[in-house]
Design a binder for this molecule. Structure first.
Ligand code: FEO
Length: 172
């Protein structure tokens, strides 16, 4: 059974993951509209991954006898100055999510909720990967500058990304 505090915190995180999904779908739209279909596709995959994150938490809350209360998803930005700004925004957002996951871990420890701590381990590892991936793309964009061929190749490479269901949802 989940404590009220943990149940509420996990519900907030479900909303935050859905907001992340919405943000990345908006970034996908911007990239497509800016003539970067590969980056657009990359963010579409990111959109699906964030929905997986919300579903992992959704299923966990239910498995512990809790109740998921879905809240409104706030509006997301729709305009950026460049694809560099988009990826910088994605990195800043992932850094924020990392600190949210850290806060959740601290709360689970405080409440002696070892099952929640164990479930959150997957998110801790995921955040390392999320930040690293966004940083690598920013580094590549910096290297390329305004070289059209470089941008074309990077866009092609990012467009090859495919969606894989998050491991904790395997078999769902
Ligand atoms: Fe759900 Fe990208 O963190």
């Amino acid at each position: 059974m989940l404590s009220k505090k943990i149940e509420e915190a996990l519900n907030s995180q479900i909303n935050a993951e859905m907001w992340s999904a919405y943000l990345y779908l908006s970034m996908a739209s911007y990239c497509h509209a800016s003539g970067k279909p590969g980056m657009g596709k990359w963010f579409e995959v990111q959109f699906k991954e964030e929905q997986d994150h919300a579903m992992i938490l959704f299923k966990y809350v239910i498995s512990r006898g809790g109740n998921v209360k879905l809240d409104a998803i706030k509006a997301v930005p729709t305009e950026w100055d460049s694809v560099m700004k988009v990826y910088e925004g994605a990195l800043a957002h992932e850094q924020k999510v990392t600190s949210m996951i850290n806060d959740l871990c601290a709360l689970a420890s405080q409440e002696n909720d070892y099952a929640t701590s164990s479930m959150l381990k997957w998110f801790i590892d995921e955040q390392v990967e999320e930040e690293e991936t966004a940083q690598n793309i920013i580094d590549n964009l910096k290297m390329i500058g305004d070289n059209g061929y470089g941008l074309y190749m990077l866009d092609k490479e990012l467009g090859a990304r495919t969606y894989t269901q998050a491991a904790p949802l395997a078999g769902e």
